[in-house]
Design a protein around this ligand. Structure first.
Ligand SMILES: Cc1cc2nc3c(=O)[nH]c(=O)nc-3n(C[C@H](O)[C@H](O)[C@H](O)COP(=O)(O)O)c2cc1C
Length: 343
């Protein structure tokens, strides 16, 4: 190790210290939960390689989550967490499953947690992590007792808000980074970006897209191929074409399914204009359009009509490689960047 790289490595581990203490992992790199992708194989591989894996509960039943946590525990003795979606109708049963397994970290995604959810998680001894899409919400969540925050910008894959990671990081980190650990997510593909967010006060980072093509990821070969071919500009946000028919934006690779979704919105809007469908039914048709679509792409390999959720960092995913190599590379890039900073 040269002097610069050992200085860089020391700086990196100092800047990650708060994040690693919070997570109990070797590095403060979280692999964000990705429905269908973040199951036992990827989660255990991430944690075994010194990152922090998260099981994506998604729409799983409590029984399925129970089995997934149990299986993951047989594959790693390192810490990992579970990501729950706040809208899940069985949220409290899922929290009970996490408590039964003494899961150490529960991440709540998909909106503000309902009353009692934070208390129920904390009562089990687990730490609660929530997404903060704006400074006011970050402060509110801290007042409610969250243990850490994820700040995720619109460069990310999957469901997104309207603001970029760089702006959210500038707005939120200076105000709250001294109160709880904050993990920055969205658009991170290389270690230099990790170093930059750590310099700004982040405790660590969360990446999703970068890990989809890991050797250990069970994503279908077609899904991985689509990632390897894509560049940043292929990962686009879904567009709402009628104010009466709300669409929660999702960032995914362009494909026929995306175009058909636009056509579907036009068709339903026209039925509304003609009074041939009630508003509630029309909105439901739009909401349900993508049901099962991510599974179709990730598991079945239907990359034409399934949902290819991916972030803008997809252009930096260039080959299938083991998780340990991805994490080692990110850490080396971050350490080199920090080593080159003036003392
Ligand atoms: C295929 C895919 C599925 C995702 N599914 C979920 C999910 O179920 N729950 C969630 O909180 N975030 C989900 N995300 C977001 C990731 O957890 C992570 O925050 C995001 O990918 C980080 O941004 P990046 O893609 O730019 O690295 C998903 C992302 C992708 C790419």
């Amino acid at each position: 190790m040269t002097q610069t790289s050992s200085i860089g490595a020391a700086r990196l581990s100092a800047r990650m210290a708060r994040g690693t203490a919070f997570l109990g992992s070797e590095t403060a790199i979280i692999c964000g939960a990705m429905s269908w992708v973040s199951e036992r194989h990827l989660v255990s591989a991430i944690s075994n390689a010194g990152g922090f894996g998260l099981i994506a509960c998604g729409a799983m039943t409590p029984e399925l989550l129970d089995a997934e946590i149990a299986a993951t525990k047989t594959m790693t003795d390192k810490p990992f967490g579970v990501n729950l979606i706040t809208m899940h109708p069985g949220l409290f049963d899922l929290i009970a499953v996490c408590a039964k397994h003494q899961v150490t970290h529960v991440v709540l995604a998909g909106g503000l947690p309902p009353a009692g959810a934070l208390d129920a998680i904390k009562a089990s001894g687990a730490k609660v992590v929530c997404f903060a899409p704006a400074l006011s919400l970050a402060k509110k969540l801290i007042r409610s007792g969250v243990d850490a925050l994820v700040v995720e910008g619109m460069e990310a894959g999957g469901h997104i808000g309207p603001v970029s990671t760089s702006v959210l990081a500038q707005e939120i980190l200076p105000e709250v980074a001294d109160k709880v650990p904050v993990f920055v997510a969205g658009g991170i593909g290389r270690g230099e970006a990790i170093a930059a967010y750590l310099d700004m006060g982040a405790a660590g980072v969360q990446l999703g897209t970068r890990f989809v093509c890991a050797t250990e990821s069970i994503a279908h070969a077609n899904f991985k191929k689509a990632f390897l071919r894509a560049s940043a500009r292929d990962a686009v946000a879904s567009v709402q074409i009628d104010p009466r028919l709300p669409v929660i934006p999702v960032r995914a690779l362009k494909n026929a399914g995306g175009e058909l979704f636009t056509a579907k919105q036009r068709e339903v809007a026209q039925l509304l204009d003609e009074g041939k469908v009630a508003m509630a039914e029309a909105q439901l048709q739009i909401e349900h359009y993508w049901a099962g679509a991510l599974r179709r792409a990730v598991i079945d390999g239907d990359v034409e009509h399934g949902s290819l959720m991916a972030g803008q960092s997809v252009g930096m995913v260039t080959k299938e490689e083991p998780v340990a190599e991805i994490i080692a590379l990110l850490m080396a890039e971050a350490a080199t960047a920090l080593g080159q900073r003036a003392a």
